[in-house]
Write a protein that binds this ligand. Structure first.
Ligand SMILES: O=C(O)[C@H](O)COP(=O)(O)O
Ligand SMILES: [Mn+2]
Ligand SMILES: [Mn+2]
Length: 559
């Protein structure tokens, strides 16, 4: 971590150290068009609305999407990984999606060590398996990257390819899985025409099969292992399209996110693509959180989270290395972004006592992503990380999620006097927003408003200060729209739900008795983004921020 003095921070000129500082991230909470489809606006969010009266001195918005958070283009919506990385690090980091684009464009993805390793497998007759999220959402993966990679791999010797797609409906509209599977079938047919035995082998919906995160429910990964590796699933079909159509016919409640696992079989009922000894396996997601668990199942000989039944000896790589501390996986195609000297590192070196808390679904966001994709604590003595276990159901069924439990834990931390910096994430706007169920989103946003108010009251009572912000939009727009921004409807006239994040900016609000009255938001940073909040909250903790961080949003005015 370098020498202590390298990390020593100067005191801030106007804000003193010593009073507790509360940082709240409202996940999936953008500032958007105030109409009937804006869940944040339509919900009982009176407290947060009242803070807007602080505009422009203590309430403003910042960018949370596209190039402002290191994504390839301004058409890319923000997401938790890039958002929490930026807020934790104080810098705009060229993110996984962009790094994979570059590696495909300059060809390095096919010459680096990771590819050499899988090539050994298919040069010796092994099948190349590709497992990952099938969409153009650009949050965990992108279809064009998969397509370019498959073609490039075939040109370099992969003669048998099996794709194991997970349907999305979360970063893209529900129902779009059919188009993506059709596109994939077309591209696989092109490969077959070139002599490659290329097929879809198994799949399922991302929230039910394979893509669990933060060990919320290993059963999800187990289902994926059975389908992708063992070639076993309760539902067997001769084509992926048939799987999507028939499974939906059998249960209309099934959607892209929650398709059960399925396997493609030949005329004899044999699975067409189980993973065998000597095969190559690639996870083509670039984002870590939802593929760490599957990576462990492939990589760890002594894995014990479920019975793998069969553990094939394969050449396994990730699109990226998903966890730099665990070195997981050991082999990967593209080197992940290096995120160093994060705010957490500086703050522990300067003695700040931190309490970080969320529920399981967002726990790694305020710890792992926040600390630049580092697992574990930065300092055992100074930091307390507290996880509230999430429910295991679709979150529209329990839209309050664990907001009140997180509030209670944070309140106790504030009142205890044992922590200088309390950092929490409320998952509701995002996790319920992804379900597309508007009434549930209203409950989700209202409970966040209630809990934020309680915590601001607690911070006031101890003379502290607070910053409330968000990582990207989601609940702020719950309808799909045409180019004129008019809502789209189905054949019965019902609005078509928007399950994905939005491109909206997010609000930032600051206050509390410890914030001197002559400190306010400056007016000269109209294009500020999430990375600008880092220097800002370091100021609120009483420090000048490191000089290479994006500038603070604060200024001190003379009174
Ligand atoms: O993984 C998910 O749930 C979504 O793809 C993105 O949501 P997040 O970036 O808010 O986690
Ligand atoms: Mn998020
Ligand atoms: Mn989300």
């Amino acid at each position: 971590m370098g020498s202590e003095c390298e990390f020593a921070l100067k005191s801030h000129s106007a804000i003193e150290r010593g009073k507790p500082f509360l940082l709240i991230i409202m996940d999936g909470w953008g500032e958007n068009l105030e109409d009937d489809y804006n869940g944040v606006y339509m919900a009982g969010t009176g407290f947060l609305k009242s803070l807007k009266a602080g505009y422009p001195d203590r309430w403003r918005t910042i960018k949370a999407h596209g190039t402002a958070v290191g994504l390839p283009s301004d058409a890319d919506m923000g997401n938790s990984e890039v958002g929490h990385n930026a807020m934790g690090a104080g810098k705009v980091i060229n993110q996984g999606a962009a790094l994979v684009d570059t590696a495909l464009a300059n060809g390095n993805i096919f010459t680096d060590a990771g590819f050499e390793y899988i090539k050994e497998a298919f040069d010796n007759g092994g099948t190349l398996h590709l497992i990952g999220l099938l969409s153009d959402g650009g949050v965990h993966s992108r279809y064009d990257q998969l397509d370019l990679f498959m073609r490039g791999a075939h040109e370099r010797g992969a003669n048998k390819i099996r794709v194991h797609p997970l349907t999305d409906g979360r970063d893209v509209p529900d129902g779009s899985s059919v188009q993506f599977v059709e596109q994939l079938e077309k591209d696989l047919a092109d490969l077959r025409a070139k002599g490659c035995d290329a097929r879809i082998a198994s799949g399922g919906g991302r929230m039910h099969v394979t893509m669990d995160r933060y060990e919320a429910d290993w059963k999800i990964v187990e289902r994926g292992w059975h389908a992708h590796v063992l070639g076993e699933a309760p539902h067997k079909f001769q084509s992926a399209l048939e799987a999507l159509v028939e499974l939906k016919k059998a249960d209309p409640k099934v959607n892209d996110q929650y398709y059960p696992p399925w396997v493609i079989v030949d005329e004899d009922g044999e699975a067409v693509g189980p993973v065998q000894d000597g095969d190559a396996v690639v996870i083509f997601n670039f984002r870590a959180d939802r593929v760490v668990e599957l990576s462990k199942a492939f990589e760890y000989p002594d894995f014990d989270k479920f019975d793998r039944v069969r553990y094939p000896k394969v050449h396994f790589v990730g699109m990226m290395q998903y966890d730099g501390d665990l070195k997981l996986p050991a082999r990967y195609l593209v080197t992940p972004p290096v995120i160093e000297k994060t705010s957490g590192v500086y703050l522990v070196k300067n003695g700040v006592r931190t309490f970080a808390c969320s529920e399981t679904q967002k726990f790694g966001h305020v710890t792992f992503f926040w600390n630049g994709n580092r697992s574990g604590k930065l300092d055992d003595k100074l930091e307390t990380y507290f996880e509230v276990p999430s429910d295991l159901c679709p979150f529209n069924e329990k839209p309050l999620m664990k907001a009140r439990e997180i509030r209670d834990a944070a309140k106790a931390a504030i009142l205890s006097g044992k922590h200088d910096y309390i950092r929490i994430n409320f998952a509701n706007g995002d996790m319920v927003g992804h379900t597309g169920v508007f009434d549930a989103v209203l409950d989700a946003c209202s409970v966040v408003d209630e809990c934020v108010k309680d915590l601001v009251d607690a911070i006031d009572s101890v003379g502290g200060s607070y910053m409330i912000t968000a990582d990207h939009g989601n609940a702020d727009d719950m309808v799909q729209r045409n180019k004129k921004k008019e809502p789209l409807r189905d054949e019965n006239g019902n609005p078509l739900p928007l399950t994905s994040h939005t491109l909206a900016p997010v609000p930032v609000m600051i206050g509390g008795p410890a914030l001197p009255s002559n400190v306010r938001f400056r007016r000269d940073l109209p294009k500020a983004g999430l990375a600008n909040i880092t220097a800002t909250f370091m100021n609120m903790l009483g420090f000048e921020a490191p000089s290479d961080y994006e500038p603070t949003l604060l200024e001190v005015v003379s009174v």
